[in-house]
Design a protein around this ligand. Structure first.
Ligand code: AMP
Length: 412
């Protein structure tokens, strides 16, 4: 289907054209008409599928048909799990609404930036609020935000919010918004907790699942390289030189490792930076912009970058450290091969990662050939797990008993 056939207005079609969107992605084909016909939607959508535009476009269309006179009132509220995704969604509203007769006023409510400025922007009047839930609650507590006119309530990447103890915050938000509204829920997975939240929010939703947008299929070439942990840095340098990858996102297990390796690679002369949650928002924005502008070639990041980060043209994602869960694996590799482009994902594994990677393969329905790179071959043996007798609960010595025994021994 084409964007025109979806029934979008000429001004929105112009914005799509200017953004270089030629035709709708599968999720857009499904979701746009449903939203335009005022239905609640529950979509199983992966990041990279074009899901943001699938709700932004029809919301803007319905909003623009019904703007009303006078000061702007908040008609749409989008919650996202991260600051980066919030800014990206806000940006999508702005770019897609750029040619509407009345441009939407969009405000992002995120931590790490001045709450005063955000309150001021709300007071001036706005149409769309995109927020992370924590800061939104802070703003709501100040009683300076009127959500009584809300028509659209969107949760984007909702399963990621569950991790952050979101249910209580959601209840507080639901108290502030009208019960009659249109609800759109986007999530990569629907575990039981998510189902409960979905039934709390949506009314008789249409469920949409797009199989083709699972990023492990088709567009992303996945490789796994066996290498000793200590050799991963030198191997990465070797690959960067020989494979000539342009923009590389390297996932690390923790913030300190991210800073350390970025500093090392800078010393070697690479355009490298680190990206993690301890950086102030200004630095995070600056680093991301530099990466997008290709002033940084290698970004060493924690999982904070796995979701929501929208940088086109990432040539390669490297799992320097494996992600904790198969779901995180999908999110990480989904940073490459965006919007139908081809991409590459490479995972480094040592003996101790074998089992974990097998599990990732099983859950992602993939089976990859183990590679070794000449000069960096994996040494040593797979550690053999020695199975001792299982500890019997209640039968072992307590800490107190052990201390008593030690004291007795010392006396004798
Ligand atoms: P999302 O899944 O919303 O994070 O979008 C992934 C990327 O695809 C973003 O960079 C969008 O700008 C881009 N995108 C979304 N829809 C389209 C489309 N119909 N054609 C081309 N690119 C798109």
């Amino acid at each position: 289907m084409s964007f025109t056939a979806l029934g979008l207005s000429p001004q929105i079609l112009r914005a799509l054209d200017e953004s270089g969107y030629k035709e709708p992605t599968p999720i857009q084909n499904e979701v746009v008409p449903l939203v335009l016909s005022h239905r609640d939607v529950m979509a199983r959508a992966q990041t990279g599928s074009g899901k943001s535009a699938s709700f932004v476009l029809p919301i803007l269309q319905l909003w623009s048909q019904n703007v009303g006179e006078g000061k702007s009132k908040i008609k749409a509220l989008v919650l996202t799990p991260t600051r980066e995704l919030t800014l990206q969604v806000a940006q999508t509203f702005e770019s897609m609404g750029a040619f509407l007769p009345q441009k939407p006023k969009v405000v992002s409510i995120i931590g790490g930036e001045s709450i005063g400025d955000q309150l001021f922007a709300i007071q001036k009047g706005c149409d769309v609020v995109v927020a992370t839930s924590g800061r939104l609650i802070d703003v709501l507590n100040k009683k300076q935000m009127n959500l009584a006119h809300l028509q659209f309530f969107v949760l984007d990447e909702a399963d990621k919010m569950l991790d952050l103890g979101f249910a209580e915050e959601l209840e507080l938000i639901l108290k502030e918004i009208p019960s009659k509204r249109q609800n759109l829920l986007f999530s990569a997975t629907y575990p039981p907790k998510m189902q409960m939240i979905a039934s709390r929010i949506t009314q008789n939703p249409i469920q949409v699942t797009i199989e083709a947008d699972v990023p492990t299929v088709g567009t992303i070439h996945q490789r796994v390289i066996q290498v000793n942990h200590a050799n991963r840095g030198p191997l990465l340098r070797h690959l960067l030189e020989y494979e000539k990858w342009e923009q590389v996102l390297v996932f690390m297990a923790n913030k300190r490792a991210t800073d350390n390796i970025a500093a090392k690679f800078k010393k070697y002369g690479f355009l490298a930076e680190s990206f993690h949650g301890d950086l102030v928002q200004e630095d995070r924005n600056y680093t991301l912009d530099a990466f997008k502008a290709k002033k940084i070639r290698i970004l060493f990041a924690t999982d904070i970058a796995a979701r929501g980060l929208d940088v086109d043209d990432i040539t390669c994602v490297i799992n320097f450290d494996l992600p904790r869960s198969p779901a995180d694996y999908i999110h990480r590799i989904g940073r490459t091969g965006r919007a139908g482009k081809s991409g590459l994902a490479v995972s480094f594994i040592d003996h101790e990662d074998f089992d974990h990677f097998k599990l990732i393969e099983k859950r992602s329905h993939i089976k990859l050939v183990r590679e070794q790179i000449e000069g960096f071959e994996l040494n040593g043996n797979t550690p053999v797990k020695v199975k001792g007798p299982e500890p019997v609960k209640g039968k072992g010595k307590s800490k107190k008993d052990k201390l008593r025994e030690q004291a007795a021994q010392a006396k004798s």
